[in-house]
Design a protein. Structure first.
Length: 187
């Protein structure tokens, strides 16, 4: 490999799924391309490559990020979680279990991004963050009920070309019940 041009490339260290990876990257390399092409973490999918479909959603610093729009150099020093880092060994995360049990996928292409978004949805909801569907946005009101409308709004950045939305909404609601112990309204 020829030496990297310091004006257009850098050697970066990425923290992905609890592991450190040091690699030279062109400054224009997206996080998605670094994950898939440089690190062979192919669970994150390339859908539209324009930030519109959510298939490449990962968690960066615990927040959702479409990896096709995130530059790899901007992720340096931040914890990145991909679908490969969601399960704990052979034990699926409750969100993954719910997707399997309730058929929250069909072809499965969007599923890694859907699951990463669902993880963030549950964290955002538990923290009391409102969505555009939240009726009472006052902080003292606390988290709103995680209704199907709330889930659909919060998951709206992730498209499913197969149309498994009903099952996805049910899976997110079931995962919310399992992780928080509350009863949520699922239609």
């Amino acid at each position: 490999m020829p030496p990297a041009d310091p004006a257009t490339s850098s050697v970066i260290t990425l923290h992905i799924n609890g592991e450190k990876y040091t690699l030279p990257v062109d400054h224009r390399t997206t996080l998605l391309d670094a994950l898939r092409e440089r690190l062979d973490l192919t669970g994150t999918k390339k859908g539209c490559d324009h930030g519109q479909c959510g298939a490449c959603t990962v968690l960066v610093g615990g927040r959702r990020s479409v990896a096709c729009l995130q530059l790899a150099v901007a992720a340096e020093g931040r914890e990145v979680t991909t679908i490969e880092g969601v399960a704990e060994g052979d034990r699926l995360h409750p969100v993954q279990e719910a997707f399997v049990e309730l058929d929250g996928y069909q072809c499965g292409y969007c599923t890694p991004g859907q699951i990463c978004s669902a993880l963030a949805v549950l964290e955002e909801h538990a923290a009391g963050w409102p969505s555009a569907a939240t009726e009472d946005v006052r902080p003292e009101a606390g988290p709103p009920p995680l209704t199907p409308e709330e889930i659909r709004e919060r998951m709206s950045g992730n498209l499913c070309r197969c149309g498994a939305y009903v099952s996805i909404v049910r899976a997110v609601a079931q995962a919310a019940q399992r992780t928080s112990g509350t009863k949520e309204t699922v239609a």
